[in-house]
Design a protein around this ligand. Structure first.
Ligand code: GLC
Length: 797
């Protein structure tokens, strides 16, 4: 079944059947004020943190309710419906709707019995409030009397968990008031006049551009006894009864009555935010200008489309174009902004940025917005401890120079993270490399950045400290210890057991540092790094090569994980792809292990993280055993790893394979099997259930996942072959032989590049000629120095 399609020009996804197999969501706002909204207007809003700044209520794991509901009622017949199909849920033969998810806004259009409703939900650019702009039109032949009701269910307090569980407290701290055009909710309001004003919170739900005919501030009164969001008694009655909340559950509900002549429209807006009374009043006055929302929505489009325009591709595959140009890119910004904090799955209890998660997320936006990327790079580097390891979680209120370390009991208590992970700082190498290669900003290596606990150092020395950390934490055979986890949260290899994934990352880190040191003419470091690379290369060859595959690790007791003879988990994906990415495996070895991956791990929805799944033979630290077979780390298709797989195949020049793998797990390519995949066809998931599951193909954990950035890198550097380095840009596309070519518009170091790739001979990789502004160039390399403001580049494969 198909529920919708992409609108490439508008950068939107249109959902034409509202009964999607799961809530299909979008994100609004910025880190200052965020909102998540489903295609049926479900979801929630928060100031800064989904956990600690929650404004409206959402019940996890209960479909997508409640949400930002607008009820409509025919005041002649009493029939009522909602501007989103749910929560009232009229029969779909009579109720028509389209949900248009765009970049930072969502439009819900519906038509029912001659009344057309168009609601645009958005958070204005750089603002801390949200707007539900409503336009109602009478599409019939007769005059209509229609009532519109806006409804928002406030949380009793900002801390989401307290709001849900501590009812003996939270229900008694809040009340609501009616103030002419808005409902004002106060929390701990007595403190306003007395001891501690900062404890007081006030929120409002208002109506601008139309008069309020009735109101309600109490959820129970709004819904009525034994009723639900689908049939509130007050909507049924056509009037809100004016009850205000004093204890129990607050809400904002406002009603306006309209008379619409045939063809006539009315526009107004509901507003929501955490504001003081005077600010709320002021905003409602401003939004009496019903043209304001249009200007604000355009501003949002300009903002997002401007960022996305820094790379635009036009290939023969529309699915690929839609993902790279808009949806995968937009998801990268969303993960960059919200890490793993707020979605319909994540409740946001984590009060910070996971180290590895965010350092990887940054990679997804570097090619589009390196300036924003750099801020976050510096922030994350300041989460590194002075001995080189990283805080597994960098808190939102991170205070560089003053933080406790993971070895301190206080840090563990505050964050729930007991100790170091082996891979955290290893992600800095590809991320910093990508940033510097994209921008040419090598001087950033000299910038002084604080450590989390004490002192500060240049970025260059921070990176060297990261290497020291690994060298100071070696286990069996002198390989990097696995510690509490490596990239895989479910591998506890400990202080003596070792991680092959991290060994390969470290190998790659030596290479990056060799390049940086060479550039800085730091001969001592250059020599040391290349010696270390050779030394570790030798150990990897001796200890990590299992004859026909790279093994995954060695346990504390010396047991090798991921060898051919293992009854379970005998082949692991990441060490194979990373052997290629890190540069450790030569072409022959790389191709051979990739062949094995294809034979033993690949499925129609992507390659499994490992196989066979653990059932009976897991070692002590293999937490994957906790999951059902073919699920998550236990032999599921972990989608982040597909990005590395795509990249590895592309680096080997095998465009056909790279693209085939890409399509296996590409959301847009699964648009027509939404009932199998369940999730949004424009969003990557964390994982897909695989062959052992009765629900093979079902995907989970939408939006906030490392998949977004890793697949993006696989596309940009891998398939599209945009591979910048310190001095310029190498073009090495790896595409299906069937593509006769493609074009890209890229902004690179402030210069415009119009790149045309021609593939007359049906190749999958490599090149024959490169022309830059009509001049034949050497190899496939474009030195940054020869670029003009605008450049015509032609690469012939
Ligand atoms: C999830 C976590 C990430 C981890 C991965 C594999 O994506 O957010 O930190 O590396 O799972 O276990």
């Amino acid at each position: 079944m198909t529920y919708g399609h992409f609108d490439a020009a508008a950068r939107e996804y249109h959902i034409t059947r509202p009964d999607t197999p799961a809530p299909w969501a979008n994100y609004l706002g910025s880190p200052a004020y965020g909102a998540i909204i489903s295609n049926n207007a479900g979801g929630y809003s928060f100031v800064k943190s989904g956990a600690a700044g929650r404004l409206i209520r959402y019940r996890f794991n209960e479909q997508d309710k409640p949400g930002r509901y607008i009820y409509l009622r025919d005041d002649e017949t009493g029939d009522f419906w909602s501007a989103s199909w749910q929560p009232v849920g009229k029969p779909l033969d009579a109720y028509k709707s389209v949900c248009k998810h765009g970049t930072g806004y969502t439009v819900l259009e519906s038509e029912y019995k001659g009344v057309k409703a168009e609601v645009c939900y958005y958070v204005p650019h750089n603002a801390e409030r949200e707007v539900w702009r409503v336009k109602l039109t009478n599409t019939g032949q007769a005059k209509r009397r229609v009532s519109a009701f806006g409804f928002a269910e406030f949380t009793c307090e900002s801390y989401y968990e307290q709001d849900q569980v501590n009812l003996q407290y939270t229900q008694f701290i809040t009340r609501t008031y009616f103030k002419d055009s808005f409902i004002l909710q106060t929390i701990n309001e007595n403190c306003l006049n007395a001891v501690n004003e900062s404890r007081v919170e006030t929120r409002f739900f208002g109506l601008a551009g139309a008069g309020v005919d009735s109101y309600c501030g109490d959820r129970a009164a709004f819904l009525g006894k034994y009723r639900d969001y689908g049939n509130p008694v007050s909507v049924e009655n056509g009037k809100l009864d004016g009850t205000l909340n004093y204890n129990l559950n607050p809400c904002g509900a406002l009603h306006t009555k309209l008379e619409l002549a045939p063809g006539e429209s009315a526009s107004f807006a509901f507003l929501l935010g955490q504001k003081r009374e005077a600010q709320a009043k002021d905003l409602i006055t401003r939004y009496a200008d019903t043209a304001l929302p249009d200007r604000e929505i355009n501003e949002l489009k300009t903002f997002w489309h401007g960022k996305l325009a820094n790379l635009t591709i036009d290939t023969p595959d529309e699915r690929f174009n839609n993902m790279v140009n808009t949806w995968n890119a937009y998801q990268c910004f969303i993960t960059f902004n919200w890490s793993r904090a707020a979605s319909l799955i994540y409740c946001g209890q984590r009060n910070g940025y996971g180290y590895r998660d965010t350092v990887q997320d940054i990679q997804g936006i570097i090619h589009l917005d390196p300036v924003t990327a750099l801020e976050k790079i510096k922030f994350m580097v300041s989460g590194q401890v002075s001995h080189g390891g990283a805080l597994p979680l960098v808190k939102y209120n991170h205070n560089p120079g003053k933080e406790n370390k993971p070895e301190d009991a206080s840090y563990q208590k505050e964050t729930g993270h007991p100790s170091y992970r082996a891979d955290d700082t290893m992600w800095l190498f590809p991320t910093v490399w990508k940033y510097i290669a994209e921008t040419g900003d090598v001087n950033i290596l000299d910038e002084n950045i604080p450590y989390a606990d004490e002192g500060s150092d240049s970025l260059y020395n921070h990176l060297l400290k990261a290497i020291d950390f690994s060298l100071n934490h070696l286990g069996i055979h002198g390989l990097p210890a696995g510690l509490h986890a490596d990239w895989n949260d479910c591998l506890r290899l400990g202080a003596n057991g070792v991680s092959v994934f991290v060994a390969l990352q470290l190998y790659y880190a030596f290479e990056i540092m060799t390049r940086f040191a060479a550039h800085k003419a730091d001969a001592g470091t250059e020599k040391r790094m290349s010696e270390l690379k050779a030394r570790f290369g030798k150990i990897i060859e001796e200890r990590c090569w299992g004859g026909d595959r790279f093994v995954r690790g060695v346990t504390e007791h010396g047991e090798v994980v991921g060898k051919k003879t293992d009854p379970e988990a005998s082949l692991w994906l990441n060490p194979q792809s990373w052997a290629v990415i890190s540069g450790f495996a030569d072409e022959g070895r790389g191709k051979a292990v990739m062949e094995l991956v294809r034979e033993q791990l690949n499925t129609k929805y992507g390659a499994r993280l490992m196989a066979p799944s653990y059932r009976k033979h897991a070692f002590d630290g293999a937490l994957a055993l906790l999951f059902n077979p073919s699920t998550k780390e236990n032999g599921g298709i972990f989608l982040q790893s597909q990005g590395w797989l795509v990249l590895a195949e592309a680096l080997l020049g095998r465009g056909g394979r790279a693209f085939e793998y890409y399509l296996e797990s590409c959301p847009a390519a699964q648009n027509d099997i939404a009932d199998i995949r369940l999730m949004e066809p424009y969003v990557y998931s964390q994982f897909t259930e695989s062959v052992d599951s009765p629900f093979e193909g079902r995907s989970h954990v939408h939006w906030l996942t490392g998949t977004a950035s890793t697949v993006m890198v696989g596309c940009v550097e891998g398939i599209l072959g945009l591979r910048p380095d310190l001095n310029g840009l190498r073009l090495s596309p790896a595409i299906p032989a069937g593509w006769s070519g493609f074009t890209m518009e890229k902004v690179f170091r402030g210069k415009k590049l119009s790149i045309k790739v021609k593939n007359p001979n049906g190749k999958e990789g490599g090149f024959t000629k490169l022309y830059v502004n009509g001049q034949a160039a050497e190899g496939n390399y474009i030195p940054a120095a020869i670029l003009k403001d605008e450049n015509e580049i032609v690469l012939e494969m």
